[in-house]
Design a protein around this ligand. Structure first.
Ligand SMILES: Nc1nc2c(ncn2[C@@H]2O[C@H](COP(=O)(O)OP(=O)(O)OP(=O)(O)O)[C@@H](O)[C@H]2O)c(=O)[nH]1
Length: 318
């Protein structure tokens, strides 16, 4: 059945990605028919599969069946809310029960809306469109507050919030949390000789390379200040963080941006300091920043263009 309206995408900045979750294939089919002409539609038939897809594909909006065997819709939303990566995902509940009690439970649980079965495709499209508009507007606002305009990476304000959030998450989960502090080498000399606009462009390229190499959705690159960047790596132990730091150092070197005035190499390089906090986390989160900073200091003084971790000699170039 073709939808009757054709202006669904008007006012949306790009094609939205939806996740439809229902244990009954027929219900998924009805929603798919209503929405697939305009949206990329992902599908899951269980709560567990829904959580996996939310992490891997980060949809713009989730349509979530309330009654499912095993993990029901409320349990799925609770887990989404408990995770910083997925906590902002808007969820519309889809329910066969239309009592006031179920409807208020949907909203109290943190759903942005609910839709009753049997599904009316026109109502679904209208509600989905409304929530997509709101979602894209709040993305835009968040970007204005949290994104560095020069490099398009997250800014220091975002980093500080994210660090505090990941710190308490690591404390709860018991998983290690690593931090890389990355500083461009001899960047003053780069600016002095190639000019400030070329310096700006080099910073953009460095960030693009770092971001390309960080694959997990929870990993965060932020501009910490000037020519210094921070990468926050949840659930990553020290050895894994060191390996990643080596890869990031190499990926910047391989950009092959000429830097004839660097004492470290003929191209732009970075020094990387690696810190790891392993629960129980008794100190504050700034202790992790201090550890990574201290390692960065050693990497700088050890010759630059390298990644170093804890005080023991662990040079990536050894
Ligand atoms: N082009 C450009 N330069 C920046 C920006 N932010 C900071 N810088 C420059 O980065 C340079 C940092 O210089 P220093 O702190 O002396 O460090 P360095 O020359 O990189 O030396 P080491 O870190 O010791 O290798 C300064 O010249 C800043 O002006 C920016 O947004 N754009």
């Amino acid at each position: 059945m073709k939808p009757e309206t054709s202006d669904f995408l008007a006012g949306l900045p790009r094609q939205p990605r939806l996740l439809v979750v229902d244990d009954q294939a027929i219900q998924i089919q009805v929603l798919y028919r209503a929405l697939a002409p305009d949206c990329q539609v992902l599908m899951a038939t269980s709560g567990e599969a829904a959580l996996r897809l939310c992490h891997e594909r980060l949809p713009d909006l989730v349509l979530l069946d309330v009654e499912m065997p095993g993990m029901d819709g409320f349990a799925v939303l609770q887990q989404l809310k408990a995770d910083p990566v997925t906590r902002e995902l808007p969820v519309i509940f889809v329910t066969g029960h239309t009592s006031d009690d179920v409807e208020s439970r949907c909203l109290e649980a943190g759903g942005v809306d609910y839709i009753s079965k049997p599904i009316n495709p026109r109502v679904v499209r209208s509600r989905v469109k409304t929530h997509l508009m709101l979602k894209f507007q709040s993305d835009l606002l968040r970007d204005m507050v949290f994104v560095d305009p020069l490099t398009n990476s997250y800014n220091r304000r975002y980093f500080d919030q994210r660090l505090a959030m990941e710190w308490s998450r690591a404390r709860r989960s018991g998983a290690p949390l690593s931090l890389l502090m990355i500083d461009v080498d001899h960047f003053k000399a780069y600016n002095d000789h190639y000019g400030h606009p070329a310096g700006d462009q080099a910073l953009r390229e460095v960030v693009r390379a770092l971001t390309r190499h960080l694959q997990r959705p929870g990993d965060t690159v932020a501009r910490y200040g000037g020519e210094e960047f921070a990468c926050l790596l949840p659930e990553t132990d020290h050895n894994a963080a060191l390996m990643l730091a080596d890869r990031l150092e190499l990926c910047v070197r391989e950009l092959a941006l000429p830097h004839a005035f660097s004492g470290a190499a003929q191209v732009v390089t970075v020094s990387v300091g690696v810190g790891t906090a392993t629960p129980p986390l008794e100190d504050g989160e700034q202790s992790l920043v201090q550890d990574a900073d201290a390692a960065l200091y050693r990497a700088k003084h050890g010759g630059r263009g390298r990644a170093l971790g804890r005080a023991e000699p662990q040079s990536s170039k050894a």
